[in-house]
Structures are given as C-alpha cells and as structure tokens.
Design a protein around this ligand. Structure first.
Ligand SMILES: *[C@@H]1O[C@H](CO)[C@@H](O)[C@H](O)[C@H]1NC(C)=O
Ligand SMILES: *[C@@H]1O[C@H](CO)[C@@H](O)[C@H](O)[C@H]1NC(C)=O
Ligand SMILES: *[C@@H]1O[C@H](CO)[C@@H](O)[C@H](O)[C@H]1NC(C)=O
Ligand SMILES: *[C@@H]1O[C@H](CO)[C@@H](O)[C@H](O)[C@H]1NC(C)=O
Ligand SMILES: *[C@@H]1O[C@H](CO)[C@@H](O)[C@H](O)[C@H]1NC(C)=O
Ligand SMILES: *[C@@H]1O[C@H](CO)[C@@H](O)[C@H](O)[C@H]1NC(C)=O
Ligand SMILES: *[C@@H]1O[C@H](CO)[C@@H](O)[C@H](O)[C@H]1NC(C)=O
Length: 387
C-alpha cells in the first residue's frame, strides 16, 4: 500500500520545490550589471528579471561567444525604462529546463565600444565552480575581453592619421613620424579551445589574431654568393610566429635596429634589440646552412639589418629586413631601406631621434586558455612560456 504514495511524492516533488529567483537588470546609478550575477537552479525553477531604468536586454549567449546571440537562444528584446521609474518595473521570465549552464548578456550597443556586454553585463545559471574553465569569472573575463577589443578597434578608427614629418638629427633626411601602438585583447577560438590573447597592434597591421597556438614558421635566406640581401626582405607575421634566418655565404648578422636609425643596434629606454652575432658561412658550403630564429610577440614592426662593415657596410648597401612593416604607410619597407641607404651605413649621430617603433621587452603576446567546449577538464593555461 505504500507504493502509490511513494510514486505520488516523486511526481509532486519538483513542483512543490520549484523556486523563483529574482534578478535585477541594471539598477541604481545606471550600473551595467545583473544582480546577482550567477545563480544555480533546478529544472522547473524560474528566473524573473526586473528591468531597472535604462534600456537593457536579457539575451542568451554561449560560453565561447559571450556577447553574441546563441542559435535559438531566448531574448527579451530591448526593454527601455524611464529614469524616474522606481516601481512596477517590467519583467521577463525564463524557466530552467535542465542543469546545463545558461549564459546571458545584455545586447545594448552590441559590437561597439559602448557594448554593455563588453563592460561585463553578463549573467549565468548553473555555471562551473570558481576554479573550473567554465566558471562565471572566466565567462565575465571573456566578455570584458570582447569589450577591450571593441574599444581598441574604436580607438584605431577614430585616431587621426599620422601627419607631418620629423627630421632626423643626422642630416636633412626626413623620417616619417611613428604611429601609435594599441594593446589588443581578443578572444580566439582554436578548434574546441577558447583563448584570450593580448598583444600590441599597429594601425594597418597585417596581423590581427594568432591563427594557431604554435604559430607559423617564416624562412628567410640571409646573403648568398654575391648577394647582400635578406630574401624575402620582409614578412608579415602574427604573434607567436617564428622567423628562421638561414645564413648563406659570406659573414652576416641579423641585428635589430629601429626605423629612424636603421644601421645601428637598437638600444633605447632600457631595451636592447636582438642580435644573431656574425655567422660566417664558407663559399664551398652547399647544405646544412646555420640558422637563427626570432619569435614574433606582437604586430608592431620589427626592423633589422646586417651589421657587417667589412669591406663595406652591408646595411648601407640596403641589406635590411623587416617584420610587419605597414606597407600602406610612410613607414613602409622601401622607406626603411631608403633611410639605410641615405645614411650609407654610417652610425647615425648620437642625438638621432630615440627609436620609438619597438615595443618594450616583456610586452609580448600572452594568451590564456579560458575554456574548452569539448574537454571541460582542461584548466586555464598561460602561454607565455611558448614565447
Ligand atoms: C533601446 O535600445 C535600442 C537599441 O539600441 C534602440 O533601438 C531603442 O530605440 C532604444 N529605446 C529607447 C526608448 O531608448
Ligand atoms: C517621469 O518623467 C516624465 C517626464 O519628465 C513625466 O511625464 C512622468 O510623469 C514621470 N513619471 C514618474 C513616475 O514620475
Ligand atoms: C526551456 O524550454 C523552453 C521550451 O523549449 C524554451 O522556450 C526556453 O527557452 C527554455 N529555457 C531555457 C533557459 O533554455
Ligand atoms: C666575420 O666578420 C666579423 C666582423 O667583421 C669579423 O670579426 C670576423 O672575424 C669574421 N669571421 C670570419 C670567419 O670571417
Ligand atoms: C619576444 O619575447 C621574448 C621573451 O620576452 C624575447 O626573448 C624575444 O626577443 C622577443 N622577440 C622579439 C622579436 O622581440
Ligand atoms: C613607401 O615609401 C616610399 C619611399 O619613402 C614612398 O615614396 C611611398 O609613398 C610610401 N608608400 C606609401 C603607401 O606611403
Ligand atoms: C657610401 O660610402 C662609400 C664608402 O665610404 C662611398 O664610396 C660611397 O660613394 C657612398 N655612397 C653614397 C650613396 O653616398
């Protein structure tokens, strides 16, 4: 006789225990947040969103794309509330169907620097624990990264184009002014992995986002019989790519310089440029050429030269190289090579303009894995060691 009562209890249990959660959308002072930001709920529970003044939405996204509408996701639409309204706030209700995480954002000003989501206006039901890859803090971090990237893009497009020219102190040769670098944080999806990556970007830079965790390899031939060139003379590379220099005949170096002072090793503001040192290759050698590599850390142009001066300056003969020169600007590769030839390999005057085109050390691309759609066991990892 107990059996029917027992099964009746099971059927009624989810109904009697259904909980209604109240969440404030926006609030005093026009703050851009949901309060509380995260809850855990059971199937059958309801979440009632109360819209405070301003003009917000409650829109479903995904962990991988925190500020984008999920396919078939729910969306309250815009619910504008006048600033002087304090009661009878409009509401929007969702019902929790299962124990899977539900990710939510406000889509006001989407894809602009004013994006509410990009400023951290996100919410979650049943997200991972604090140390899990799909924790609420990782979700919010990823939304803020979207916002930082949108803000950086807005700065780039609204910044006035660099105009005018600076004149080098060592003569009447005109050096175009250096553009501004912008730190960029972007969310990158590699297969099933989601990362945020931070690096310095140049206006007009060919490299936007690293395409792979390992990066590509670019091969550059240095010298050769009767040749004072780097081949190719410049490459477009993305953060984390490697440039491998293969040294051919004669006795060359790859040495970092600056746009304004092409034939002298970079050393400014505590930053010392890279230098392969001299790598002599005998004329009779035909294979197994020695190599030397650099890793690209950001999209800022890298300028380099061969510092051999015997019997004549290789740099002055135009033996210079660049990574990510902005070919659409006054500081293109040809312009750099022209500066080298103009000063004919002589070290520029000591009061030459301080090189400003090189990012300070330690400003490399840094990537954090913030989650994994397939393998949720993976923990956040710092990729700086790859650099
Ligand atoms: C609310 O925001 C949407 C999207 O920005 C806009 O189209 C709409 O006009 C706004 N409504 C009010 C009343 O401001
Ligand atoms: C809010 O302000 C508007 C215009 O200033 C006014 O018409 C309206 O009555 C006010 N509402 C409340 C609830 O005070
Ligand atoms: C629950 O299911 C209903 C009906 O399929 C759907 O409209 C609603 O969006 C779902 N709720 C959530 C939180 O996904
Ligand atoms: C390579 O060049 C450097 C600088 O001119 C010189 O000191 C060195 O002896 C040269 N090495 C060889 C093997 O020629
Ligand atoms: C990239 O960063 C590493 C580590 O900070 C540094 O050793 C390397 O020289 C940097 N690469 C370039 C091209 O500056
Ligand atoms: C590239 O540099 C050359 C040499 O300074 C200059 O004549 C040319 O206008 C530059 N290109 C662009 C697109 O600015
Ligand atoms: C560069 O310097 C060499 C040797 O000092 C000289 O013979 C040559 O004429 C110079 N070239 C230019 C373009 O000034």
């Amino acid at each position: 006789m107990f059996a029917p009562i027992f099964s009746l209890g099971l059927v009624l249990l989810p109904f009697v225990s259904a909980v209604v959660y109240d969440v404030q959308v926006g609030g005093a002072g026009g703050k851009l947040e949901y309060s509380p930001e995260a809850i855990s709920a059971q199937p059958g529970d309801q979440v009632v969103f109360h819209f405070n003044p301003k003009n917000h939405t409650v829109t479903q996204s995904s962990f991988a794309n925190p500020c984008g509408l999920k396919d078939d996701g729910f969306d309250s639409g815009f619910i504008p509330v006048p600033a002087n309204q304090t009661d009878n706030l409009p509401t929007y209700t969702i019902t929790i169907n299962d124990t899977q995480p539900v990710w939510v954002y406000c889509r006001q000003a989407a894809k602009t620097a004013a994006s509410h989501c990009g400023q951290g206006m996100v919410f979650a039901v049943n997200c991972g624990f604090d140390d899990a890859p799909n924790s609420f803090s990782n979700f919010k971090k990823s939304a803020l990264a979207v916002g930082a990237s949108l803000a950086a893009a807005a700065t780039e497009t609204t910044a006035p184009p660099a105009t005018g020219s600076a004149t080098a102190a060592y003569g009447d040769y005109t050096i175009p002014p250096a553009p501004e670098v912008t730190p960029v944080t972007q969310t990158v999806t590699l297969g099933e992995q989601v990362w945020t990556t931070t690096y310095n970007s140049y206006p007009g830079s060919p490299a936007a986002t690293p395409v792979s965790a390992e990066g590509q390899v670019h091969r550059v031939i240095v010298g050769g019989p009767g040749k004072l060139v780097f081949d190719p003379p410049f490459v477009a590379a993305q953060p984390r790519d490697t440039v491998v220099f293969e040294f051919r005949q004669k006795n060359h170096t790859v040495t970092q310089s600056s746009f304004a002072d092409p034939c002298r090793k970079l050393s400014a503001n505590g930053v010392t440029g890279f230098d392969s040192d001299f790598i002599p290759v005998p004329d009779e050698k035909t294979s197994d050429y020695p190599t030397w590599s650099i890793v690209v850390n950001d999209t800022a142009p890298i300028w380099a030269y061969c510092r051999q001066k015997t019997p004549a300056s290789h740099c002055g003969a135009g033996m210079v190289f660049a990574v990510n020169p902005v070919e659409t600007s006054q500081r293109n590769f040809t312009a750099f090579q022209n500066v080298a030839k103009a000063i004919n390999g002589t070290a520029a005057a000591a009061n030459a303009p301080a090189p400003s085109s090189t990012s300070p050390a330690g400003n490399g691309a840094v990537s954090f894995r913030i989650g994994s759609a397939g393998l949720t066991l993976a923990l956040a990892a710092v990729f700086a060691s790859l650099l």
